[in-house]
Every structure is written in structure tokens, then in C-alpha cells.
Design a protein around this ligand. Structure first.
Ligand code: TXA
Ligand code: MG
Length: 299
């Protein structure tokens, strides 16, 4: 692995793309300080250039160098959750080209909790811009076997870090104001954030503040239908004993999140007419999973 990481670091420094493992989902990474390299990410994903990317760093000091100020409450979040599935949106110093953030004057940053990603950031000695390694609006890969051929053909290297432990994308928090605003839900919940900061947490209800977080996203090829109880003959995700072409999902939100994209990918491979998914409970601990399912079902 050490040799592969060195080769990947060389590719990054030469302005090429590398697929990297993180604890959430696989990322499509480039040198965040190189605009030409970053443009290759947008092209490979088929992603509009106005959708901002997340910058991955190896330390708090490296993050601090990219942003103007980090409020005390955001420092509290960072001490508890970094490295981990938490992304902060902060005011940019301009060290990172504005095209990385789709032209915004803010930058999204996180320290990923995956040893391979951290070793690559250190070896390349660069912050890495990396969105999820899926094609625009499609399922995010949580294992290298699920990477899209178009993505594979665009990269110089793939670092295989095994299946992702978290399984859904990081919680994105706007930290440019006085209190935390959740722009994208994730396994770090609103409750976690309010308990850590002692502040009232709000959730952005529109996509203006989080451009690129589309109503349709994370979608399998087959139409996804959210149902109360799965039909006997339908392909889908169930909490009960599975029938043919069905996947039994873990009863806990964390276990469910870890399994979700891989399970949908496996069902897609069977080319079903549609996929039924039993609705998870309508409680706050299921918020991030329900968000992903609703977007995947949006047509
Ligand atoms: O877990 C993750 O976050 C994964 C792994 C690879 O780290 N990355 C990921 O990146 O999901 P991406 O590009 O697929 O999603 C980035 C999210 C989008 O919802 C985008 O709108 C938001 O972060 N975002 C990024 N920069 C922003 C900014 N400056 N202001 C507001 N939202 C921003
Ligand atoms: Mg994404």
C-alpha cells in the first residue's frame, strides 16, 4: 500500500485524479490548489461547475490556513468530531481557488477519518478537493467494486481502502454565522451538534446555501419507491426476513447507513423494474437516512 500511496501522491502533484477511500464514501480527489486538476473532477463527474467541492486536509493547522476565522463553537465541533464525517463551511482566504467552491467566497473543509486518505494527503503535501466519486445525481460508491466505468477511466490511480464504515456522506455545517446551520444531514446529527456547542441548531430548508445538494441525488438506475411494507415479489430493502431479490437492512440507523448504497447498487445489478424501500421510522435519529432515500426516490 505504501508504494501505491506514493504513486498516487505523484499523480496528485502532477495534476491528475485519484480515487480515495474515506470513512463516509469514496472520493474523487485532486490537488485543491490546482485549478486545472480540479476542472478534471467536474468533467469526470458530469457535475455543474457551480456545485462546490469539499477540501480534505490532514490537520487542524492545515484547515486554519485555508479559512479566515473559525468561531469558538466550530472549534468545539472540530475537537470532538475531527477526523470524522463532519464538514465545515467557512470563509475562504482565497488560498484555495474560488472555482473549487463553485465561485463562492466560502470553502467546505474536513479531516477524513481514513488512514489511507490521511497518508495520501501527507505524502502529496496538498489539500485534496474531493467530491463523492459518483457520476452527477447517481449512487455514491462505498467500495471500489461499485465505481462507475467513466469515473475509473478518468483517474490515474484507485486506492482501495475496503468498504466505507459510515456509508453516507458527511454532515455539512455552515459555520460562517453565529450558530450552526446544517446544510446536509449525516450521521453526526443536529442533537450531537447542539449538545457539543450548547447552541440552537437550524437546518437549511432550501438549496440556495448549499448549491449542488439536489432534490434528486444518490439514485439507483431503477425507480425507487418508498413504501410502508415491501410487496412479496418486489426487489427492494426490507426490515423483515427478505424474499428473493430483497435485502434485509440493519434495524439501527448507523448500520443501515453503512449498508445503504451498496445494497441499492446490488439491487440495481439485477435490473429490476423498480426498487421498493420500506420507510424507516419518522424519528430524528433516522433523519440522514431518510434524506438520502427521499432524494434517491425523487424523479
Ligand atoms: O463525506 C463526504 O462529504 C464525501 C467524502 C468524499 O468526503 N464528499 C462529498 O462531497 O460528499 P460532495 O462534493 O459530493 O458534496 C459536497 C457537499 C454538497 O452538498 C455541497 O453543496 C456542499 O458540500 N458544499 C461544499 N462547499 C460548500 C460551500 N462553500 N458552501 C455551501 N455548501 C458547500
Ligand atoms: Mg456527492
Amino acid at each position: 500500500m505504501e508504494q501505491q500511496i506514493q504513486a498516487a501522491a505523484d499523480a496528485i502533484r502532477s495534476g491528475n485524479l485519484v480515487v480515495i477511500p474515506t470513512e463516509t464514501v469514496y472520493g474523487l480527489a485532486a490537488d485543491a490548489t490546482n485549478e486545472t486538476a480540479v476542472a478534471k473532477i467536474f468533467a469526470a463527474k458530469g457535475r455543474p461547475s457551480t456545485n462546490p467541492l469539499i477540501v480534505h486536509v490532514g490537520s487542524f493547522a492545515q484547515a486554519s490556513a485555508l479559512v479566515r476565522e473559525i468561531p469558538d463553537w466550530a472549534r468545539d465541533l472540530v475537537s470532538r468530531f475531527w477526523p470524522g464525517p463532519l464538514t465545515l463551511v467557512l470563509k475562504s482566504t482565497g488560498v484555495i481557488p474560488y472555482s473549487v467552491a463553485g465561485g463562492l467566497n466560502t470553502i467546505a473543509v474536513r479531516i477524513p477519518a481514513h488512514p489511507v486518505a490521511l497518508r495520501l494527503i501527507a505524502a502529496a503535501d496538498r489539500p485534496l478537493a474531493a467530491p463523492s466519486a459518483n457520476r452527477f445525481t447517481k449512487l455514491s460508491p462505498t467500495q471500489v467494486e461499485h465505481l462507475d466505468p467513466t469515473i475509473l477511466s478518468s483517474v490515474a490511480a484507485v486506492l482501495d481502502g475496503g468498504p466505507c464504515e459510515v456509508g453516507i456522506e458527511s454532515t455539512v455545517v455552515d459555520a460562517t454565522g453565529d450558530t450552526p446551520v446544517i446544510l446536509r444531514s449525516g450521521v453526526i446529527s443536529a442533537t450531537d451538534i447542539s449538545e457539543t456547542t450548547g447552541l440552537r441548531v437550524t437546518t437549511a430548508q432550501n438549496s440556495v446555501k448549499s448549491p449542488g445538494h439536489h432534490p434528486r441525488h444518490y439514485a439507483p438506475r431503477a425507480e425507487l419507491r418508498i413504501v410502508e411494507k415491501i410487496t412479496d415479489s418486489a426487489a427492494g430493502l426490507t426490515f423483515g426476513p427478505p424474499g428473493l431479490g430483497q435485502v434485509q437492512m440493519p434495524p439501527s440507523p448507523l448500520g443501515y447507513a453503512t449498508r445503504l448504497y451498496a445494497a441499492l447498487h446490488e439491487l440495481d445489478e439485477l435490473n429490476p423494474e423498480y426498487i421498493e424501500v420500506e420507510a424507516p421510522p419518522d424519528t430524528s435519529v433516522w433523519e440522514a437516512v431518510r434524506d438520502r432515500l427521499q432524494r434517491a426516490a425523487h424523479r
